[in-house]
Design a protein around this ligand. Structure first.
Ligand code: ATP
Length: 343
């Protein structure tokens, strides 16, 4: 088989430090072709723009794109004309046609006490939030008329079908589809389409519909009931942050953004560039390595390697690996070595 081509975008702040960790792990796991490019502030400093056409073209040719983090106080500006690091990421997402955001939430046994929720509530919880990224109220027509302001929520059948398929394909047993179908017309369409896709294409999986207000409550009351949570853009935005708190630790959360099958996905940690600790070699690389797990599984169809890496991360934590954000003193390099030792 041809070597998988991965574009690495280390970006800013702690980005290069945690990307080095990802690269070391990938080199141990298999043979890949790497291409590394600047993005965000680093690209502004060098080329005057947060994403060059060359970098974009390389990403489009890749099998997957791995991003660390972009941004930092150095590029904060009030000048609306000045380039900003985040613009590069927005353009990249748009150009790659990424419409599905996946955030797995699994409080690891070794870190259960990091959650603000009781241990018995989060223990054994293992869920995935699949959020629609391109439609809904964030992209509908908006405006002001005198004393009135409005935002419109629009969804098409095609948009709902494609995100529903991502959710069903990712599920092991059940999809819980979130809506507000007792009030919103877009939610009624959402429910109809998800129901049809589920019944026709994934009859072996359970499907349940849940109102978003109930889902918000169930997520903290009984999160273990969930397998895959499927939600439109705004509901997914809110619920994925709520779900993230089940683990209690920003430094541990990976994410994937996917487009059409066959097109490269973008994989990145949920946390930002952490400028306050950049350059010190103490960043926690585990959210980055978790993003590598997602890339192997959802972006490169390398499920075995994904499982190997996930179990190496968990075993390193069980043996006591703790970076500073987790209350320990391990450096980024030590954390990387601890994971490599189990591969
Ligand atoms: P953004 O808006 O880009 O998400 P932010 O400033 O809101 O940025 P982060 O950059 O994620 O958020 O940083 C929030 C806090 O979490 C900081 O104190 C940072 O040091 C810490 N942090 C974030 N990621 C890590 C990590 N991988 N390891 C250790 N600490 C981290």
């Amino acid at each position: 088989m041809a070597k998988r081509r991965i574009v690495l975008l280390p970006g800013d702040g702690i980005g290069p430090e945690i990307m080095a960790s990802a690269r070391a792990v990938l080199e141990r796991l298999g043979e890949f072709e790497f291409e590394e490019h600047l993005v965000g502030g680093a690209s502004i400093d060098r080329y005057g723009t947060p994403l060059t056409d060359q970098t974009l073209a390389a990403c489009k040719r890749a099998d997957a794109v791995l991003l660390a983090a972009v941004g930092g106080p150095k590029w904060d500006t009030t000048d609306p004309q000045a380039p900003r690091p985040e613009q590069g990421l927005l353009r990249l997402r748009r150009e790659l046609g990424l419409f599905a955001n996946l955030r797995p939430v699994r409080p690891l046994p070794a870190l259960l006490d990091a959650s603000p929720l009781k241990r018995e509530v989060v223990e054994g919880c293992d869920l995935l939030v699949v959020r629609e990224l391109t439609g809904g109220i964030y992209f509908g027509e908006r405006g002001r008329e005198g004393e009135r302001a409005y935002d419109t929520c629009v969804y098409t059948v095609g948009e709902i079908e494609r995100i529903a398929r991502v959710a069903f394909r990712s599920a092991r047993r059940r999809v819980t589809s979130i809506d507000k179908a007792n009030v919103l017309e877009t939610s009624r369409l959402w429910r109809e389409v998800v129901e049809r896709v589920g019944r026709q294409e994934f009859p072996h999986l359970e499907l349940e519909h849940m109102l978003v207000d109930n889902a918000a409550m169930q997520l903290v009351a009984n999160p273990r009931q969930f397998d895959v949570i499927l939600a439109e853009n705004m509901f997914g935005d809110i619920l994925s942050d709520e779900a993230a708190m089940l683990t209690g630790s920003l430094g541990m959360l990976p994410s994937a953004s996917l487009g059409e099958p066959g097109k490269p996905g973008l994989f990145e940690p949920v946390h930002g560039s952490a400028p306050d600790i950049a350059g010190q070699g103490i960043a926690n690389p585990l959210a980055m390595l978790g993003s590598v797990v997602l890339m192997l599984r959802h972006g490169l169809a390398m499920a075995d390697q994904a499982a190997r890496l996930q179990s190496a991360i968990e075993r390193a934590l069980e043996e006591g690996l703790r970076t500073r954000d987790l209350g320990g003193s391990a450096t980024t390099e030590e954390a990387t070595r601890a994971v490599l030792a189990h591969l």
